[in-house]
Design a binder for this molecule. Sequence first.
Ligand code: SF4
Length: 557
Amino acid sequence: MNIHFMVTETDNPVRVMGLHSLTYCERLYYLEEVENILIADERVYAGRNFHEEIRVDNQDIGRVETFEYTSEKLGLTGKADRLQKRDGVWIPYEHKIGRSKTSGTEKDAWEPDKIQVTAYALLIEEASGRMLPEGRIKYRRDNTLIKVELNEEIRHKTLATIERAKEIRKEIHRPPVAENANLCVRCSLAPVCLPEENRSLEDNDYDAARLFVPHREKETVHITGYKTRVSKKGETVEIIKNDDYDKTEKVRFPVNEIESVNLHGAVSISAQLISFLSYQKIPIHWFSGGGTYIGGLNSNPGTPQRKIRQYEALTDGKIRFYLTKKLAIAKCETQLRYILRATRKSDRAIGQLEAINGMRENLKKMAEVDNVDAIRGYEGSIARIYHQIIPTLLLPEVPNHMFPNGRTKRPPKDRYNAIQSFLYSLLYKSVYQAIIAVGLEPDFGFFHTARSSASPLVLDIMELFRTPICDIPLVGSVNRLSWDIKEDFEITSEKVWLSDNGRKKAITIYESRLNDSWKHPVLGYSLTYYRMIEMETRFLEKEWSDQAGLFARARLR
Ligand code: SF4
């Protein structure tokens, strides 16, 4: 049965700001006004502060009113920066922080700004019952005031733009990226839209510019240890820790510098802080004392379009197969490349050579199959070989206690597996957070089935990162003898867990790995693993939203 979804037309009026976006780029309008993705970058903040300054000044000298009006007839709503009466007629003013459009000595207003000021004029005319002759736009950077004549042409364009805005709102699918790449350089939604990546797919020789910050901008806060309380103190998160002798240690983090708060074991958090962080859209994650990811409070006010598209795509058998194959090949090739790289300097033992050949053969067969079960079979075989070969990568000086005895998960039965399971829990959290940020449904995946409490889509995307973000640093840390076989572990006859000390070490290894920069082999620019997780999640969403072919192309070198 085919299910087709339609977004019913919303009765909400179109925002005048939305018309500004639409005139700039239809896709920008869709992302902001339909998908509700708003990123306040520095330019947006600068604009907002500027508007605040204007309002305060103008109120002080008492010559300006802020005008807000909704027209049912036009289906339009907006709030003009300023409205001033000159010679008995009202004139709407719009203030822009940038420069006017300059050609030689001629200065003019930009088209989106003209549409915006005209839209305000249309609202004012309806409210006042009088025609307005002009609008004015003030550009701060070049201190220019442009008068916009409200003639038939601009009025017609503005009305047509309102109608176009209403039409685009009904669409499930995003408009294509702007033809003019220059628009994207100044677009605040470029990190979400990823237009350069689309262009690079259409033209192999295209040199994609990186239009987003390549590293994490805020701090990930991990809180471990019993007798620890976390609460809100003004605009900060305060961590109070008492040791066994009831000596108190206090640390504070300003909320605007925090990316997420992660609570490990018996840490208590105040209800006030939970609600404050949720309001600030800062995710909170809980891990059990044994290192298992319990859950998160992670909100994204996105609209349903993204989830509807995800559902439509992932109920299509062909798309599921295509994505499963891409993912499995990417994962297995990365595992093989790691093994080749890790054994490059040594004379490969016979067992290692056989394992490498086995992985290659399975990969070759996997590339030829046409059904999901066969892919799962080959992927499973390669994973078994991979986990068998890992102990051969450990150096002779590594103590026997640190060697893995196969792969044991729930619960881990040896020290190596205890660290690995905890690193995978941290990775689960990072991927889960990225999925929510992108606005997807974590429980609806394509490769993993819903067999446990773990969300299938999180498990799917994790497959791309287990080796580079968890396995490689783990083997490195074991070979550097970074682990204390007594202090870092808690051992019972049933299971092996990380101690508080061990957890802190693993968190340090994981977070520092996320900060490692890595050059995307296909797109040609560098970014950290932290950003790579979000990027691959966005690429996956693009597979069914606007541009197939970007997901799972990166490989370990
Ligand atoms: S990045 Fe470019 S294509 Fe994407 S929304 Fe912005 S202007 Fe449009």
